[in-house]
Design a protein around this ligand. Structure first.
Ligand SMILES: C[S@@+](CC[C@H](N)C(=O)[O-])C[C@H]1O[C@@H](n2cnc3c(N)ncnc32)[C@H](O)[C@@H]1O
Length: 300
């Protein structure tokens, strides 16, 4: 496997299968053994671990993960890569390659098929296809899967957004979602030169440990996330203006929002980007009470 990790070897194996890489599918493959080793080390893998890899590509990372973990399920969208993977992973009998769309497959079911029994916890490791990074992370977090930990290579800018604190320019809906479900840690930066072909941006590897329970108590998660998206939808507006403008609640005017936000203990003139997780939770609680006919003073 080691010999695969160079641009020349990758070109040779792709050439043999008459393949060229598809930019549209985010096909920037790792060609640096050191980075592959660092990603695998970040997973703290043992033979007990079951790992889902998203987008195995030509199998560079897959092989290294397979050497350290007990079982690997690799989900690749591009059917044309399957013969390449069959060749590069021939030496590993603990890998199941599945052709499918990571935005649609049931990861729990695939893991169960691979292991032959339901699995209570597994990890995700991936050099993510950049064109779907955010929806994919949201699905991994909100899809109800038994994922305990993820090690993800993402664009540097996405890594910063995942770990951003309130009041900073990087803080947004992705930060709230990631930190609601987990504890993100940006581990190291990855220069664009370690990919073939080199993308236009640098990347970073992020480890995300799932929390036992979400960071704050929220009764209606859909409402919570609708409010979060509304608050960040128009960042330059005040919170009340942004929520009214985003039509988060049909028919609610700015004045109604101002009153409700105040009743939730928040200054309605602030911007969404200053709100911490707890404040979004208070806001969701206030909206729930109001929707159910309660009075604002019930929740001050
Ligand atoms: C950045 S490459 C990573 C390849 C390989 N893991 C590596 O590190 O060299 C992303 C991979 O994801 C695959 N991919 C793109 N969209 C996908 C999707 N919706 N579901 C599963 N795989 C996808 C691409 O075909 C490509 O192989």
């Amino acid at each position: 496997m080691g010999e695969l990790i160079s641009p020349a070897r990758l070109r040779a194996v792709l050439g043999k299968h008459h393949l060229s890489l598809r930019k549209k599918l985010g096909q920037n493959f790792l060609v640096d053994g050191n980075i592959v080793r660092k990603i695998v080390a970040a997973g703290n893998l043992t033979p007990e671990d079951v790992v889902v890899e998203i987008g195995p590509g030509a199998g560079m990372l897959t092989a290294a993960v397979a050497a350290a973990a007990g079982r690997v399920v690799a989900v690749e969208l591009d059917r044309a890569l399957l013969p390449v993977l069959a060749e590069t992973l021939a030496g590993y009998d603990n890998v199941l390659v599945v052709q499918g769309d990571a935005l649609e497959v049931d990861f729990d079911r695939l893991v169960e098929e691979a292991v032959g029994a339901p699995v209570r916890e597994y990890k995700v490791m991936a050099n993510l296809p950049y064109y779907i990074t955010t929806p994919l992370i949201m699905r991994l977090l909100r899809g109800g899967f038994h994922i305990t930990e993820m090690v993800l290579m993402v664009q540097l800018e996405v890594a910063a957004r995942m770990a951003a604190r309130p009041g900073t320019g990087d803080y947004g809906a992705l930060s709230v979602a990631v930190q609601y479900y987990g504890r993100p840690e940006v581990l190291f930066r990855v220069p664009r030169t370690v990919f073939f072909p080199a993308p236009g941006v640098d990347s970073a590897v992020v480890r995300l440990i799932r929390r036992g329970k979400p960071a704050v108590t929220v009764e209606d998660e859909d409402l919570f996330f609708t409010l979060v998206r509304g608050a960040f939808g128009q960042r330059r507006k005040t919170l009340a203006n942004a929520l009214a403008g985003a039509k988060v609640m049909p028919g609610w005017t700015r004045a109604a929002w101002e009153e409700l936000i105040r009743a939730a203990g928040i200054d309605p003139r602030c911007r969404g980007e200053t709100l911490g997780m707890q404040e979004f939770a208070s806001l969701a609680r206030a909206v729930s009470i109001r929707k159910n006919g309660g009075q604002p003073d019930l929740f001050t």
